[in-house]
Design a protein around this ligand. Structure first.
Ligand SMILES: [Zn+2]
Length: 284
């Protein structure tokens, strides 16, 4: 997918749609495309500026990807985020120009990977476009975990916020996407910064949501960081280019500045969750 991205001399791009960090083979698997109002994705940035980067359709919507990351080692298959899944209503699908029905599972199948072969799912946060693919309805219309053998890693703060039915966050979370995971015993709640596996750790950033986390994949002096919605596309790198969905805008700005500096200093890869043209780059 990123191979047809426009050339930009200030950055080094990964080749093709995969990266290797020591024992980790990382590739992007689409959890589905959708369209969303461009203004909401860039907050205070005027349309005159953002429309040069993302041309909106007649309904002011721009195309977004959900880049889920498949991270494979010799003995583990790990997914970072799960896209929007297959449970969305017709109305919602029309609103966001969604035509794909179960994109992540379909795209994994193209790689000959079945849902029961995923060992671990790490969710950056619990919004529909990140956690929606975590559960689905089976042939008997029973809600089931999409990945029956996986442990699902979520920040405890994110879980508490998403489960709290806060009136000020009405519509931000769909419990069908994640509540079941606590009942099936597949939920692992983490606090602040934790190592999940050797070479893979998560760190809570807050900002976009109170319990938003970023995911580090490291080996010796190589590394890649999945920034989630702290830096969703290559256009979101300037500190003021933030989504109006951020529940704590200033925290997003602080965390993004810190994260991009850390990635740059270490010469790591930055992995984008929503960029439709490129999934990884080395920020300059
Ligand atoms: Zn998102």
């Amino acid at each position: 997918m990123p191979s047809n991205a426009p050339q930009d001399n200030s950055t080094t791009r990964c080749q093709g749609d995969h990266l290797t960090i020591g024992p980790f083979y990382i590739q992007t698997v689409s959890g589905g495309q959708y369209r969303i109002d461009g203004g909401t994705l860039f907050g205070v940035v005027p349309r005159l500026l953002w429309e040069r980067q993302f041309l909106p359709d007649e309904n002011h919507r721009i195309l977004q990807e959900t880049n889920c990351m498949l991270v494979e080692t010799d003995h583990k298959r790990i997914l970072i985020d799960t896209g929007y899944g297959s449970k969305l209503t017709q109305r919602f699908r029309k609103h966001h120009d969604i035509t794909q029905t179960d994109p992540l599972v379909t795209n994994l199948a193209k790689l000959n990977i079945q849902p029961d072969q995923i060992d671990l799912v790490i969710l950056s946060h619990l919004h529909f476009d990140h956690a929606g693919g975590s559960t689905r309805f089976d042939e008997n219309q029973q809600l089931v975990p999409t990945f029956p053998n996986a442990e699902y890693v979520v920040q405890q703060q994110e879980w508490e916020t998403a489960m709290a039915d806060l009136p000020e966050l009405k519509g931000a979370y769909y419990k069908n996407d994640f509540e079941l995971l606590a009942q099936t015993g597949q939920l692992r709640l983490v606090k602040a910064e934790e190592q999940i596996l050797p070479g893979i750790r998560v760190r809570k950033t807050g900002g976009h949501t109170e319990g938003h986390q970023v995911i580090y994949i490291e080996h010796e002096n190589e590394g890649a960081v999945f920034a989630g919605d702290i830096c969703a596309t290559k256009s979101h790198q300037p500190f003021a280019w933030c989504m109006s969905y951020d529940t704590n805008l200033l925290q997003t700005r602080r965390e993004k500045t810190k994260l991009l500096a850390e990635i740059h200093q270490n010469n790591w890869w930055l992995l984008f969750d929503h960029d439709p043209t490129i999934f990884a780059m080395k920020p300059s």
